[in-house]
Ligand binder design. Structure first.
Ligand SMILES: Cc1ncc(COP(=O)(O)O)c(C=O)c1O
Length: 358
């Protein structure tokens, strides 16, 4: 069986050792005579899985007891709606509009209450993040929302906004890819399917006091406080997803944690950006200062060559390089599990492509 180099934006590549371990344990999990997928979420065996996943995440991200770690269903989009329902509490919230995913969060929040968009990157086609002096935050905001890494635009915050109100970040496409201080955030959330597991699962890290803001009128299943009280077992969770998160975080700890991963990610991104910058044939999309180390976006000289590149790359076992349908061009998503060999193979292919078509 030949596995391709997978540059998909999400669901995305998982570490091979994780897939192999899941395969080995698929039919009989830890001598229980059944698959983990067939097992009660209230069993001792699953309890160990979810508790270890949480402990791993706390260790990797340096999360204190002031915060709850939750595994929720519905992905990151569900959090776009759940967050304002829980945290607005009658006040307006500040949102920074940095691109496609921030925009989606804004449109959901508007259904729940008043939203102030304090900065919008439209004039620069969302190719950069704002500097701190380009926006004014409202001192009485319920919270300030950012998308820390825009998966489609390929940009990321270098310095996070300094806020009085709790800072909330959608980190779906960069969670555990770089070191950061969790204490500067009120809440962090991420769909699992890019850096930590399969789709249909969101990781939520929330300061416990903020969860108390939710009005009594909110449905129980939509309240963070419900899931905190029940250790993410209020109803039947995505047990398989949580199990894979446990395996991925075991793997990440084995590599040396987030700081070791960050170094590898910086090197991988540099090799690819250097190849793009090294020739006029390629055009980078994002402003240099804000380039993502996870989602690298660029183009060839024209759309026909973009399409040709994707087609020929796919034939050469380089999968998932088409830019998002809303923006076109090329995109390589090089998350934690994307190995250096995949980047080297891509860069070699780019050289050959340019030699033939440049
Ligand atoms: C930054 C960001 N936020 C949110 C989402 C939505 O995630 P989900 O499909 O899990 O709802 C995505 C998905 O690609 C994303 O990249």
């Amino acid at each position: 069986m030949a596995r391709v180099h997978n540059f998909c934006a999400g669901p995305a590549a998982l570490p091979l050792p994780v897939l192999e371990k899941a395969q080995a344990e698929l039919l009989d999990f830890n001598g229980n005579g059944m698959s983990l997928m067939e097992m009660s979420h209230r069993s001792k065996a699953f309890d160990e899985v979810i508790n270890t996943a949480e402990a791993n995440i706390r260790k990797l991200m340096g999360i204190s007891d002031d915060y709850a770690v939750l595994f929720l269903q519905g992905g990151a989009s569900h959090q776009f709606a759940m967050l304002p329902m829980n945290l607005m509490a009658g006040k307006a919230a500040d949102y920074i509009n940095t691109g496609a995913w921030a925009k989606k969060a804004i449109s959901e929040a508007k259904l729940a209450g008043k939203v102030n968009v304090v900065w919008d990157g439209a004039d620069d086609k969302y190719n950069r993040m704002p500097k701190a002096d380009e926006y004014t935050l409202n001192s009485d905001a319920a919270y300030v929302h950012i998308c820390s890494n825009e998966t489609i635009g390929g940009i990321r915050f270098t310095d996070f906004p300094k806020t009085e109100a709790p800072l909330i970040a959608d980190m779906s496409s960069e969670i555990m890819s770089r070191e950061l201080d969790v204490n500067q955030f009120g809440m962090i959330y991420a769909g699992a399917q890019k850096n930590i597991g399969p789709s249909g699962l969101a990781l939520v890290v929330i300061r416990k006091d903020l969860a108390e803001r939710c009005p009594e009128t909110a449905p129980k299943i939509m309240r963070y406080s419900t899931h905190i009280a029940e250790n993410s077992l209020y109803n039947t969770p995505n047990t398989w997803g949580i199990y894979i998160v446990k395996l991925v975080t075991d793997w990440l700890l084995g590599l040396g944690g987030v700081s070791a991963m960050e170094k590898i990610n910086e090197e991988k991104a540099k090799v690819l950006y250097d190849a793009i910058d090294g020739s006029d044939f390629w055009k980078p999309v994002a402003a240099k200062e804000y380039r993502s180390t996870m989602n690298v976006c660029w183009t060839t000289p024209n759309e026909e060559l973009d399409a040709k590149f994707v087609k020929e790359a796919t034939a050469a076992n380089l999968s998932g390089l088409k830019g998002h349908r809303s923006v076109g061009g090329l995109r390589a998503s090089i998350y934690n599990a994307c190995p250096r060999e995949a980047i080297d193979a891509l860069v070699n292919f780019m050289k050959e492509f340019e030699a033939k078509n440049g």
